[in-house]
Design a protein around this ligand. Structure first.
Ligand code: PEP
Ligand code: MN
Length: 359
């Protein structure tokens, strides 16, 4: 059976565990044997070649470490996976007997590199997991899957590991959940695994992000594990021991996608009420845009620009200040008002440029 099918059909979550980087034969064997005790762990990971942001960080031990991972797989009876970023990595990993390849986030951004890897696996029957690109670009992620499909590799799985940002106060990489959700919409056939280790960068946040992924119906989790996380040569702050992993997995609440018969009625009732409110929202938005057109007309007749920056800033500030009574977050109010403003500008621009209004 294809790996992607096992991930989609098996019990949730399908867990990928193992160290960020392979550091020694003992380290790889120890952590792999430990995590394999947990029956949710179905695939062992270890980084052999590490794409590091700055050149003086540990860049992985390279080929010498491949047999350590493969042996840990044999010892535990679990398949193994490692990150490949070029043709040489692919050849070495295949030769060593690694079972699954994964494409890292810094590679998915580069179509040349993805194509090189796809060409290198053409004709080989091997599953490939593709992490999202570091930048929030769904097309680039989709394109990477297509490059593999074009060379006949169809056993594909997506890994969501968040997106780079400058100095986020909470996460190492922001989740932007709407992007994996959009991927699911466009490619419902692809299972998605969440990598909370690289999203959070902090072990104390792994549980909340893993739970969120389960509530969004992701099929699996990739969690970096290390016998002694604080001493890890890479990504020390985000790795957990096998006990840490067990603790996270045991605290996850797994909810079902199916709406059971006994709650169907109450669910429908609530959804019907929501739908009535949505109808009203749309009516109000429509009426609001009509008023925007009247404003546009007035601006046109009096030769006033559409954008009135000062006025708009006052409107936004006041909405943000008074959002509390409606229990809306600042971010939501900002996004919603920006969307309404964009649409209003579109309506006003239309009024400004209609034939009958042209002077
Ligand atoms: C990793 O999984 O260790 C890794 C380097 O991940 P990413 O490509 O998500 O940064
Ligand atoms: Mn890592």
């Amino acid at each position: 059976m294809k790996l992607a099918e096992k991930i989609s059909r098996g019990d949730r979550p399908f867990v990928v565990a193992g160290p960020c980087s392979a550091e020694s034969e003992q380290q790889v064997m120890k952590i792999c044997k430990e995590v394999a005790q947990n029956s949710s762990v179905k695939l062992l990971r270890a980084g052999i070649w590490k794409p590091r942001t700055r050149p003086n960080s540990f860049e992985g031990l390279g080929e010498i470490a491949l047999p350590w991972l493969v042996n840990a797989g044999k010892e535990t009876g679990l398949p193994t996976t490692t990150e490949v970023a070029n043709k040489k990595h692919v050849e070495a990993a295949l030769k060593a007997g690694v079972d699954v390849l994964w494409i890292g986030a810094r590679t998915t951004v580069n179509p040349f590199a993805v194509q090189e890897i796809a060409d290198a696996v053409q004709g080989v029957d091997i599953p490939v997991m593709i992490k999202n690109p570091v930048n929030p670009d769904l097309q680039l992620w989709l394109g990477a899957f297509e490059r593999f499909e074009k060379v006949g590799i169809t056993d594909l799985t997506a890994v969501h590991r968040g997106f780079s940002v400058y100095k986020h106060k909470k996460y190492r990489n922001v989740p932007n959940w709407q992007i994996p959700i959009a991927l699911k919409e466009q490619r419902p056939d692809l299972p998605i695994i969440c990598d909370p280790s690289h999203i959070t960068g902090r072990r104390d946040l792994l549980l909340e992000v893993s739970q969120k992924a389960m509530d969004l119906n992701f099929e699996g989790l990739m969690i970096e594990t290390h016998p002694n996380p604080d001493e890890a040569w890479s990504d020390a702050a985000q790795q957990v021991t096998s006990e840490g992993l067990n603790s996270i997995l045991s605290q996850l609440v797994l909810r079902s996608v199916e709406v059971s018969k006994d709650v169907e009625g109450s669910m429908e009732e609530l959804r019907a009420k929501i739908s009535i409110l949505d109808d009203r929202l749309f009516e109000i938005l429509g009426a609001r845009m009509e008023l925007s057109e009247d404003v546009g007309q007035l601006k046109r007749e009096n030769n006033i620009t559409i954008l009135q920056q000062e006025h708009w800033q006052k409107v936004i500030a006041s909405r943000i200040e008074h959002r509390g009574e409606f229990r809306l977050t600042q971010q939501f109010v900002r996004q919603m008002m920006d969307a309404i403003h964009q649409e209003s500008i579109r309506h006003q621009t239309k009024v400004m440029n209609t034939e009958k209004n042209k002077t």
